[in-house]
Design a protein around this ligand. Sequence first.
Ligand code: NAD
Length: 267
Amino acid sequence: MSQKVNIFSNRYNLTEDIKKIVINELKKHDFVINEEYDETADFNIVIGGDGTFIKAIHDSNFSEIPFIGINTGHLGFYNDVKHTDVLDAIEKIRNKDFIEIDLRVIDCIVNTDNDKHIFKSINELVLKTKYTEAIHFDLFVDDVLLQKFAGDGIIFSTPSGSTAYNLSAGGAILFQNIDAFQITPLAPIRSTLHRSLDKSLIVPKDTIIKLITSKPEESYFAFGVDGLHKEIEHINNIEIKLSDKRIKKIIFDKNWFWKNITEKFIM
Ligand code: NAD
């Protein structure tokens, strides 16, 4: 039976050119290309940069269909197939010569006075105040009050997102699919008044982080959900944990992660 493919792409000229090559090659080998997202497809192919890959995950509501990333952007951390190697990658897909890895997702539930908001992130969830003042909240780890945080903000990063904003903020790099997530402070205040932790914490799966705001005037936060800006007011508490949901990503080289680190962050 023919295999079905969903294609996600941005609108850059290079992407359009590569998309034509990919579609021609897939059709030549009896793949069916879906113009619209089909939840019964076998693969989600994303052509673009990291932003396109992240958008495809959100647009498909964290699809369970395996994602393949073809890079026509700049860094292409997730889009590991070079655009010059697409024919080789399609050959490997046909021969089932690939590895499927699971990427972790973060769940965030925001409870306000009269509402509930739920976000999922493949990279990270960032919390800041709406304006430029310091953010304040109590941070509980599994019901233990770990700290009263004050600073610019805080990042909750997945392992695969650890090389993004988290890394710029001084966090550690976590291997792509470790069952853990990372909490990295942004300009934490350390004084006799505020004793915010100035180091990242790495917590295991099943850990539940709860943030509680104590004063109404401090309960208006800005959220960065994989870079997408949202604002919520009248927040009572926020819960963050690793999701049961995972993203399946296809890689063609078992050393993808380490090669990515050396090629994109060190060399
Ligand atoms: P963007 O164009 O603003 O991306 C910024 C850079 O992050 C790009 O070079 C992108 O390739 C890279 N990137 C994205 N995910 C990555 C990952 N998992 N590992 C390594 N690099 C990664 O916007 P975008 O492409 O839509 O990416 C959104 C991400 O941008 C957010 O999830 C956040 O991590 C990142 N960001 C970083 C900073 C910072 O480092 N100071 C600030 C805001 C947002």
